[in-house]
Design a protein around this ligand. Structure first.
Ligand code: XMP
Length: 326
């Protein structure tokens, strides 16, 4: 498949168009790989999940999915990947909990670009090690989409999980969605039966919570981040904001402030809420969250999350702030 989207290619919006695309790709993948095995790094993000579902349809257990948990995933994510792919779709799925390995490598590292580099490189190392253990894997599948091909020069080193292992030789690449835009990928995902929570999920960076646990990551602060993020997501969903706000998450920075909890002095981290709307992530505006909802979130985070005594709302558009803090 060429790397350029033909002008004649219609935008996929309907179920019938999605069915046709799926049927076409299933045949193409079968023809490309025959009875050989294909390896895929399955992060649980929209793109790799759609590729997994598509390839399972085409070649079933000839597809080997590797889900690497780098310890920087959101609450419930690895469990959801295992439930959907292993239990519901009968995928050939290898799950690797590499949390300790990543957090040990990141210990004491405060510089944002260095953190991103470590996470990206370590991910490829773990994936390569797994690939080497599997003897007869010939193809590598990737969730490349059209904007990945078009995009140039980001402000930050973007390390998408699923980067190409450098010193393993594969017979070829399988990239069935590389000419699709994100909205089309979601239509295909829905048609393949993936759950809404997976297909419509908000963007999540490859380095995960690592770029939101600012400075040198510690396990206790990472846990506070994960819990506060889960509360924010739960409250946004209850308020019906899930599909309306493009991206929303929390940040827990590496400094503390004085507060009072249960009539006692506390010295704990603040938690920062960021909720933005954007079309292409190049610029972003701040979502005007109702104060009542913010009050509820503040009350829950400060009472339910150990180590947090203050909640702030980031009012900075992009520019001058980037969406992520690191
Ligand atoms: P920034 O922070 O640059 O983010 O305004 C723009 C969008 O990109 C996401 N982002 C990433 N996505 N790998 C990704 O796949 C990354 O390393 C990465 N860094 C930032 C960010 O969440 C936002 O949606």
């Amino acid at each position: 498949m060429a790397d350029v989207r033909p002008e004649s290619m219609e935008r996929i919006t309907t179920s019938a168009q999605a069915q046709a695309f799926i049927a076409e790709q299933v045949e193409a993948v079968k023809a490309q790989v025959g009875n050989k095995k294909v390896l895929l790094a399955l992060s649980g993000g929209v793109d790799s999940s759609v590729v997994a579902a598509l390839l399972i349809k085409a070649i079933g257990r000839q597809l080997v999915c590797v889900h690497v948990n780098h310890g920087l995933l959101r609450k419930g994510e690895p469990e959801q990947v295992i439930e959907v792919f292993r239990n519901q779709m009968d995928a050939n799925l290898i799950y690797i909990d590499a949390t300790d390995r990543f957090l040990d490598k990141l210990a004491g590292v405060a510089e944002p670009e260095k953190k991103r580099k470590i996470i990206g490189e370590e991910f490829i190392r773990v994936f390569e090690e797994e690939a080497r253990k599997l003897e007869d894997v010939d193809f590598l599948a990737q969730g490349t989409i059209y904007p990945d091909i078009l995009e140039s020069g980001p402000v930050k080193a973007h390390h998408n999980v699923g980067g190409l292992p450098e010193d393993i030789h594969f017979e070829g690449l399988v990239e069935p969605i590389k000419l699709l835009f994100k909205d089309e990928v979601r239509v295909i995902g829905r048609e393949l039966g993936l759950p809404g929570a997976m297909v419509d999920r908000q963007p999540f960076p490859g380095p995960g919570l690592g770029v939101r646990c600012t400075g040198a990551i510690t396990r206790d602060r990472l846990e506070a981040l994960r819990e506060s993020d889960a509360i924010l997501r739960e409250e946004f969903a209850k308020a019906g904001l899930e599909g309306k706000v493009w991206q929303y998450f929390t940040i827990v920075p590496d400094y503390k402030s004085v507060g009072v909890k249960n009539n006692l002095r506390s010295f704990e981290w603040p938690c920062i809420i960021r909720a933005v709307n954007t079309v292409d992530a190049m610029t972003a505006i701040i979502e005007r969250i109702p104060y009542d909802l913010l009050d509820k979130i503040v009350a829950r985070i400060t009472s339910e999350v150990p180590g947090i005594n203050r909640v702030l709302y980031d009012l900075t558009p992009k520019p001058t702030g980037t969406i992520e803090w690191e």
